[in-house]
Ligand binder design. Sequence first.
Ligand code: AMP
Ligand code: MG
Length: 353
Amino acid sequence: METKKWIVDIDVDKKNSYQQLKEAAHYLQRNEVIAFPTETVYGLGANATSDAAVAKIFAAKGRPSDNPLIVHIAELGQLLEAVEMVSDKAQKLIEAFWPGPLTIIFKKKDGIFSSLVTAGLDTVAIRMPDHPLAIALIRAAGLPIAAPSANCSGKPSPTTAHHVWEDLQGRIAGIVDGGETGVGLESTVLDCTSGEFPIILRPGGITKEAIERVIGKVQLDPAMMNEKQTPKSPGMKYTHYAPNVPMYLMAGNWEKYNELIKQKRQAGLKVGILATAETSKYYDADLVLSCGERNHLHTVAHCLYDTLRDFNKSNVDVIFAETFPKDGVGAAIMNRLEKAAGHRWLESDPRNN
Ligand code: AMP
Ligand code: MG
């Protein structure tokens, strides 16, 4: 299949931009699958009401069919049409964070979405993206749009149109190229259907602390802390975001690891380090890449996937990655790093490795 590319100015009101988006929207109306930018990562969108359209998302990504999709909307009316009810807490969250990187799980109405979107669950995950092109595209299509990240399943999510092209060219009908995405990590997924306290199923762009300021206590899905528990969010059980070679997390300062790096290199392995701007000069490795400033975790979130993809283009045999405190956006960064590393940590005393 030929993959069309629409290069669209972020200023939607520019005449050419709008025409390009309208053309892309026609593809969605014809039940084709296209990628588009959001404020988190690039999404791979399709008409959420059509089995045929949604099936194409799973096929293009190679995504397991038991992993439900997030439905993206542009108007609150689309939410009210689709869900049984919006609780008081959900209402407050919508007022505080939509449009934005917070996905909320609701009890769904039957007969609205393709059952492939919800993987047969009686709930549906919905969000309103905070990106002018995403909103204009969804509006122009006049449809709710199911959209997971626009990468091959298991790989780091795409933060540029070029990443999407690398993964899905020839497998999807088109890509709306609107430049780099902002947050760089996926949305926070919050289940508002279960019991007294909402549960964070996936940490993301909106932090637990920010949510609690609006609705009080929320819980973390215990599976996020313990890899052996089954997550409530089906997608969280899969390895994700993984580079092509094994990655290990470093528990502590760089000083401890240069000896281990030396040993690995003497054993003939090429060692890559995922470092930060502040620390990258200290490592004696084959390739040291910085994923942003340790003191500005938002830059780390923004650059993380791009840096993981850069390792895939290098010839390293193993990656050691720095780690971060789990406060604020650090929770989402560490969730992705732990998954990318398959929860493998280096011993804090490297002589034990
Ligand atoms: P992605 O589409 O790759 O951003 O992933 C969407 C995430 O939301 C996955 O972890 C899904 O398992 C999760 N999700 C989507 N719908 C639901 C739902 N109804 N209940 C629980 N988790 C969901
Ligand atoms: Mg994804």
